[in-house]
Design a protein around this ligand. Structure first.
Ligand code: GLN
Length: 232
């Protein structure tokens, strides 16, 4: 039985996670979350943002995702929910979507994390590759990361922590940040949902759990629910 605390779903002591399911590899994220005991929901309607503690924007095609977010009225509501403390994670195209700005003309990103991003950074050399990454704060072996026409983080604001970099190469490619975090917002260039390593999904569930139990978030969400029609 799902209870409601000031408009925020309160299921049996677990955070509620949504995966944006407008385009891209949302099913793989839902599968990964299932592996760690989280029954995630596919998010297709803006109203669903009020029912979750964390949202994943998956890999796919960033121009299409931004266009669909605009068409379905998500943009202002995403800002409101992230500002009030909802956890957010963009993977690959999702990272492009939530960036502050891009080195590319399209799409216009949503500015939900203070990072500048370059799309298709590795595109001309190799479209897809895998690398072993050391992730800050993560115990155990390095993480096998899958990069598919991946973006990189070119610059970060003061509040953004770099969690992982891809090292410089002999042919002159500099070290680049590929996993960053700011408060409860996480962005990764690669696709953890395409491996069997659930450690980053576990980290995100912890951020969503923080959001779920954050009393000031509940208060401000309650305020939003009362003052703001959810379909603006
Ligand atoms: N290159 C894609 C884009 O710019 C992202 C690729 C991905 O998500 N794997 O949107």
């Amino acid at each position: 039985m799902v209870g409601q605390v000031n408009g925020v779903a309160d299921t049996s002591g677990q955070p509620k996670i949504g995966v944006l399911a407008l385009q891209g590899d949302f099913a793989e994220h839902i599968h990964m979350l299932g592996e760690i005991g989280i029954c995630a929901v596919e998010v297709r309607k803006v109203e669903q943002l009020s029912e979750i503690d964390g949202l994943i924007i998956p890999g796919g095609e960033s121009t299409t995702i931004v266009k669909l977010l605009g068409m379905f009225g998500f943009i202002d509501e995403l800002h409101r929910h992230v500002d009030s403390g909802m956890a957010l994670w963009g993977t690959c195209a999702g990272m492009i979507v939530i960036a502050r700005d891009l080195a590319d003309p399209y799409p216009t990103p949503l500015n939900l994390i203070d990072i500048g991003v370059a799309r298709n950074y590795f595109g001309r050399q190799v479209d897809s590759f895998e690398a072993e990454l050391e992730i800050d704060g993560m115990d155990g072996a390095p993480m096998r990361a899958v990069f598919i026409r991946a973006p990189i983080v070119q610059d970060t604001g003061d509040d953004v922590e770099t969690l992982a970099v891809i090292p410089a190469t002999d042919d002159g490619r500099p070290e680049q940040a590929v996993a960053v975090k700011s408060g409860r917002v996480l962005a990764t260039s690669f696709h953890p949902e395409l491996t069997e390593d659930t450690r980053l999904h576990t980290l995100f569930v912890q951020l969503a759990e923080e959001a779920r139990t954050d009393a000031s978030r509940r208060a401000s969400l309650h305020h939003l629910t009362e003052e703001t029609p959810s379909t603006v």
